[in-house]
Write a protein that binds this ligand. Structure first.
Ligand code: DGY
Length: 319
């Protein structure tokens, strides 16, 4: 049987590359340079599918110019704001993503951001490495205690619920806002807030876990930050676009927000340079899903979707 022809826009982990080589006639990207829309369109010539990644320009224009041979676009990410699903649908192209497999890894990094920011991990590391640690004292690098505090989760989907599960073990009480209230078996002991404003009013700590969309862009703005308890801690492992950088930076400078742990940034890999000048930030290069097994599982999820599609079966994670 001939193997389906696919384009893989970025280098995949070795186990995923192996399975691609076994089951597909693939153009891969060993150099791992980010491909432009033109390059993706050109390299898709004669291909049956495209395995793309977060940030690849799979917008309406690209979708409209993909060769007719392309029937499936499978993104190696749960977020799909870079994929114009409607434009793909109008060309009869099926799109899939990778939900679930990265819930735990991303929730782990949300906790890393909350805990690492509040306990000044990044600043403490810099302090030690730069030879400033001369003597222990009782107020050295005091941070904010997590236990007994209220954690507001903005976006209580699969990842948000995994964050809640972890935060409970730290002794935090869980509050959330979501488009709709969860069923009791998913909500557990968490308190639902009908509006983001109500959630922010009780968020000693805030974890942002909602997808990027026209209704969530700049969700955390100056007006909403003003509603938060003084000295709140903010973590973002969703998308940078959900934060108004001017507002958060001003709040970090004034102390209204005491610490922020950020794994994602608007316009990344570029980020507002002012974040790097602030001692009270923990900054990570979008590593939420970057654990060894998770990155394999994301690749396998893309391939499971493609396998199903090319076998004439329904895809597992259609968008
Ligand atoms: C995702 O899957 O959307 C993560 O942000 C990694 O890109």
């Amino acid at each position: 049987m001939t193997k389906p022809k696919i384009l893989v826009t970025r280098l995949m982990p070795p186990n995923v590359e192996k399975r691609i080589a076994r089951d597909y006639d693939a153009i891969t990207n060993p150099g791992d340079d980010k491909m432009t829309a033109e390059q993706i369109i050109e390299a898709s010539d004669g291909k049956d599918g495209v395995l793309c990644c977060g940030g690849d320009p799979m917008n309406a224009d690209t979708m409209s110019r993909l060769p007719d041979s392309v029937k499936i676009v499978s993104t190696y990410s749960v977020g799909f704001e870079h994929v114009d699903v409607e434009a793909a649908r109008s060309r009869g192209i099926v799109c899939t993503n990778t939900p679930d497999v990265l819930n735990d890894a991303t929730a782990d990094v949300a906790m890393l951001c909350l805990l690492g920011a509040a306990r000044r991990a990044s600043e403490a590391d810099r302090f030690l490495r730069s030879g400033q640690w001369k003597v222990w004292h009782s107020t050295l690098l005091l941070g904010v205690h997590l236990g007994g505090k209220r954690l507001g989760i903005y976006g209580m989907g699969r990842i948000g619920r995994c964050v809640a599960q972890r935060a409970r073990a730290f002794g935090m009480s869980i509050h959330y806002h979501n488009r709709s209230r969860l069923s009791p078996d998913l909500e557990l002991d968490a308190t639902y807030h009908e509006t983001p404003e109500s959630l922010l009013g009780v968020s000693d700590f805030l974890s942002i876990n909602a997808p990027s969309s026209s209704s969530t862009v700049k969700f955390l703005n100056a007006e909403r930050i003003a509603l938060m308890p003084d000295g709140a801690v903010v973590a973002n492992t969703a998308r940078g676009e959900l934060v108004d950088d001017d507002a958060l930076i001003a709040a970090l400078k004034s102390g209204k927000v005491s610490f922020a742990g950020l794994d994602v940034f608007a316009g990344e890999p570029k980020l507002d340079p002012r974040y790097c000048e602030l001692e009270n930030t923990l900054l990570l290069p979008h590593i939420g899903s970057a654990s060894d097994s998770t990155r394999d599982d994301m690749g396998f999820c893309c391939l499971n979707n493609m396998d199903a599609f090319f076998a004439g079966k329904p895809t597992l994670n259609p968008l």
